[in-house]
Ligand binder design. Structure first.
Ligand SMILES: Cc1cc2nc3c(=O)[nH]c(=O)nc-3n(C[C@H](O)[C@H](O)[C@H](O)COP(=O)(O)O)c2cc1C
Length: 433
C-alpha cells in the first residue's frame, strides 16, 4: 500500500463548492503586521494557491506602502491626550478606516494574476477602541474592494457574520474562521446559524503555530492531528460540508499529505515563508529566524490581547518600556480605552518615578513593536528553517523565493526539503571540504 511519504501534495486539488476554481491545496496564513504582505500573498495566488494579506494596523500599513498620512493625522488630532492616562476619548475615524482598508485591498487585488485566490486575515482582538464598529468597517471595506475571501481570526467571532449579513457580497465571498478546538467551532456555528450561512472553510490551528495561540500555557499538551480528527468527525456527524484546513507545524510536503489523506481539504502554512524574499519582514529579521535554535523560542504572555504568543526570546519588544502610543496607534484599546500594556507601563512608571528608562516585562506595546518589526513572532519549527537553505560565505543564510517554498510543499515526498539553487558559490576551501 502507498504511504503518505510516497505521495505529494500535487496529487490533491481543492475547490470551494462545485463552481470554484481548482486550487493547489496550499494556503499561506495571514501574518500581521504586513508580514504576509501583498507581494507574498500575490505570489501564492499566481502559483495557484490561496494567499493571505492581513488587515492588522491597516492605516499604518498604507502609510508605509502608499504614502498616506493616517497615523500622523490621528496623532495630531489627539496630541493633547498623549500625557493622559485616560485613553477613552481616543477613537478611529470610521470613514478613514474604511478608506485605508479599501486602498490596502484594491491595490493588492488589481495586481492579482494567475488561478489562485487572495484572502484577508481579520483579527477580532484588534479591538481598535470600538470593537464591533471597527470590525464591521474593516470587513465591509474588504468586501467592497473585491477581496476573494476573509478569514476571521484571533477571537471567537460569535457576532462577525451578523455584522456583514446585509452586505451584497455576504453570500459570494469566501468566509472562514480559525478555531483551535471543536468547541470553538460549535459555538461559532450556533451563534451564526441565524444568518443561514455556513463558513466556506474552517482553519484548525494547532499549538505549534506562529502569532497568537488559541491555547493556554499548557499548549504542549495538545496536538493538531487530534483536534483535526475531532473537527472532521463532528462535521461528518452533523452532515456539514465545510472544508477543514489544518495549520501549525506543517513543515514538509509529506506533513501536508498526511493531513490531506485524513480528509483535510488543504493546509495553511506560514513559518517557511517568513524567510522568503517577498515576505514583509526586514532581511535582518529574516536572518534572526534562520539562526534560531529550539531553545531560542518561547511561548509567553506579554501580548496585551490575553492570548499566549510564540516568539524569539531575543525579540527587542521583550522587556522594553516604551511609552504607549495610543494617540497614533491604539489598535488594542478596548471600548473603554483600556489596554493591558498601558496598565503595566503606568505601574512601572509609578514604581520608578525618576528613572530615565523603564522596563516592562509582563506586557509589551504590541502596536509599536509590531509596526517596527521588533516582535519576532514565529512558529515552533522556526529552528528548522536553517535546514531549508544554504549558508553563505559570510555566515548568513540565503533567502528563498516564495515560489521555491511553495513548489517544495507541492512536489516534495518522504519529508524531503529541496534546497534552492545557490546564488553564491561557496568559498573554494569550503567547496573542497
Ligand atoms: C510571523 C507570523 C505572524 C503571524 N501572524 C498571524 C496573524 O496576524 N493572524 C493570524 O491569524 N495568524 C497569524 N499567524 C499564524 C499563521 O497564519 C498560521 O496559521 C500558522 O503560523 C501556521 O503554522 P506554521 O507557521 O507552523 O506553518 C502568524 C504566524 C507567523 C509565523
Amino acid at each position: 500500500m502507498m504511504s503518505a511519504a510516497d505521495r505529494c501534495v500535487d496529487e490533491f486539488r481543492f475547490r470551494f463548492g462545485r463552481r470554484g476554481p481548482e486550487l493547489i491545496p496550499i494556503m499561506l496564513g495571514g501574518m500581521g503586521v504586513d508580514i504576509s504582505n501583498a507581494d507574498l500573498a500575490l505570489e501564492i495566488a499566481r502559483l495557484g494557491g490561496i494567499g493571505h494579506i492581513s488587515d492588522a494596523m491597516v492605516p499604518t500599513v498604507t502609510d508605509r506602502r502608499y504614502d498616506t498620512t493616517y497615523t500622523k493625522e490621528k496623532l495630531k488630532r489627539y496630541k493633547y491626550n498623549v500625557k493622559s492616562l485616560d485613553k477613552s476619548g481616543v477613537k478611529f475615524d470610521l470613514g478613514l478606516l474604511a478608506e485605508a482598508q479599501k486602498m490596502h485591498v484594491l491595490r493588492t487585488m488589481e495586481r492579482k494574476r494567475g488561478p489562485g485566490l487572495v484572502f484577508i486575515n481579520c483579527m477580532e482582538k484588534l479591538t481598535m477602541a470600538a470593537p464591533k464598529e471597527t470590525l464591521k468597517v474593516r470587513l465591509e471595506a474588504a468586501l467592497d474592494a473585491g477581496i476573494d475571501g476573509i478569514t476571521l481570526s484571533a477571537g471567537l467571532h460569535l457576532g462577525s457574520f451578523a455584522l456583514i449579513e446585509e452586505h451584497p457580497r455576504f453570500r459570494d465571498a469566501k468566509l472562514g474562521i480559525i478555531v483551535s478546538s471543536v468547541r470553538a467551532l460549535q459555538l461559532f456555528l450556533k451563534k451564526s446559524a441565524r444568518t443561514r450561512r455556513l463558513p466556506d472553510f474552517v482553519v484548525v490551528e494547532g499549538p505549534l503555530a506562529g502569532g497568537h495561540l488559541g491555547f493556554g500555557l499548557d499548549w504542549a499538551r495538545y496536538d493538531l492531528r487530534t483536534i483535526v480528527a475531532e473537527v472532521l468527525d463532528y462535521l461528518r456527524r452533523e452532515e456539514l460540508d465545510v472544508p477543514v484546513i489544518p495549520a501549525g507545524g506543517i513543515f514538509t510536503g509529506t506533513d501536508a499529505v498526511e493531513f490531506l489523506e485524513m480528509g483535510a481539504a488543504a493546509v495553511q502554512v506560514a513559518t517557511r515563508f517568513t524567510v522568503t524574499k517577498e515576505c514583509g519582514l526586514p532581511d535582518r529579521v529574516k536572518q534572526e529566524y534562520f539562526k534560531a535554535n529550539e531553545e531560542d523560542i518561547e511561548v509567553n504572555t506579554i501580548s496585551p490581547t490575553g492570548y499566549p504568543m510564540r516568539m524569539l526570546k531575543s525579540s527587542p519588544c521583550i522587556g522594553a518600556g516604551i511609552r504607549p502610543n495610543c494617540e497614533a496607534f491604539g489598535y488594542l484599546l478596548d471600548a473603554n480605552g483600556h489596554c493591558a500594556y498601558i496598565d503595566a507601563y503606568n505601574r512601572e512608571v509609578e514604581k520608578n518615578p525618576h528613572a530615565k528608562t523603564i522596563h516592562v516585562w509582563d506586557k509589551t506595546c504590541l502596536c509599536t513593536h509590531m509596526r517596527n518589526f521588533d516582535c519576532w513572532t514565529c512558529g515552533h519549527y522556526t529552528y528548522r528553517l536553517k535546514d531549508t537553505t544554504h549558508r553563505l560565505p559570510d555566515g548568513s543564510y540565503q533567502l528563498l523565493t516564495a515560489e521555491h517554498v511553495f513548489n517544495d510543499y507541492r512536489y516534495s515526498k518522504n519529508h524531503e526539503i529541496a534546497l534552492p539553487p545557490r546564488e553564491v558559490e561557496p568559498a573554494p576551501a569550503a567547496a573542497a571540504s
